[in-house]
Design a protein. Structure first.
Length: 284
């Protein structure tokens, strides 16, 4: 999983010397080793930004600097199983908690928008109403039924459905994983993200605007204590308000299709259900 434990931000002037964040070119670094290692990378990236910007090679800078990097999210907790790190909980850019899984595949299945009916002129020209889109639950059952050995726990979300494949682990970015995601018409960005981040992701807590909150006031990582404190105050309020909501609700107690839960999936399933599901609470 591409989920670094340490993050840092650094800023340099046009000469490449480190300066206060407000007056320089900013770089963000990450590391699984230490804060110092993350800061060292942040400095290198800030210097690269400065040198490219001063040289007016901005297109090349964007290609190198804004692609193929981990999501900038703080690690909140980790889940280990059989001596391996199998899942990490992070807090995303708008403050919701997210589970990142090394091999338990999460799939989002959105409810399609209503088909657009032809207008008055279209009807005069003989255009017919489009056929209704397939119901997502019907689609889920159809795909599970035609995939030998597949088992999936299915959940309702605010805008559709979520699946967690319980029958076997998958390697994020593998051809097998991508084929299964595509069979459920999973979002193309999510498919690419799974490959780039080497994990599957699912939101565990509400989106702030759905529970009457603004997004966090600061962007991680923080360069000053007051910025960390502002974020911590926001998070305390968010944690309190989010207790009255759930991110999803299970449609059934167990998986559809193959009812056996793989041993490597079971701890991730248990963590997800404990943190994301709560019967009777509104979805947000």
């Amino acid at each position: 999983m591409n989920t670094p434990k340490f993050w840092a931000r650094a800023s340099v002037n046009e000469q490449g010397h480190e300066v206060d964040e407000a007056y320089g070119f900013i770089g963000v670094g990450w590391s699984d080793q230490s804060e110092a290692d993350a800061h060292r990378m942040a400095l290198e990236r800030a210097k690269r930004v400065a040198s490219r910007f001063v040289g007016h090679d901005f297109n090349d800078l964007r290609e190198e600097y804004y692609t193929d990097r981990p999501l900038r999210e703080p690690v909140i907790s980790e889940l280990e199983h059989a001596g391996q790190r199998v899942a990490v909980i992070t807090q995303n850019i708008y403050g919701a908690y997210v589970i990142n899984s090394a091999s338990a595949m999460f799939i989002d299945i959105d409810t399609p928008p209503p088909a657009k009916e032809p207008g008055f002129i279209g009807r005069l020209l003989g255009k017919k109403s489009p056929p209704p889109a397939e119901d997502p639950v019907t689609k889920i059952r159809r795909v599970i039924g035609r995939t030998p050995g597949l088992g999936m726990k299915v959940y309702r979300t605010p805008n559709g459905y979520r699946g967690l494949v319980t029958s076997q682990p998958y390697a994020p970015g593998s051809s097998e994983a991508e084929a299964l995601l595509r069979s459920f018409e999973s979002d193309d960005l999510y498919v690419k993200m799974c490959k780039a981040q080497q994990c599957f992701r699912a939101r565990l807590t509400p989106k702030p605007w759905r529970i009457g909150m603004d997004n966090p006031p600061r962007t991680f990582p923080f360069t000053a204590p007051q910025k960390q404190q502002a974020y911590d105050r926001w998070r305390a309020d968010y944690d309190q308000r989010s207790r009255g909501y759930a991110a999803c609700e299970a449609l059934d107690a167990g998986p559809w299709g193959n009812a056996d839960v793989h041993a490597d999936i079971a701890p991730v399933l248990a963590m997800h259900d404990e943190l994301a599901c709560s019967a009777g609470k509104p979805l947000a």
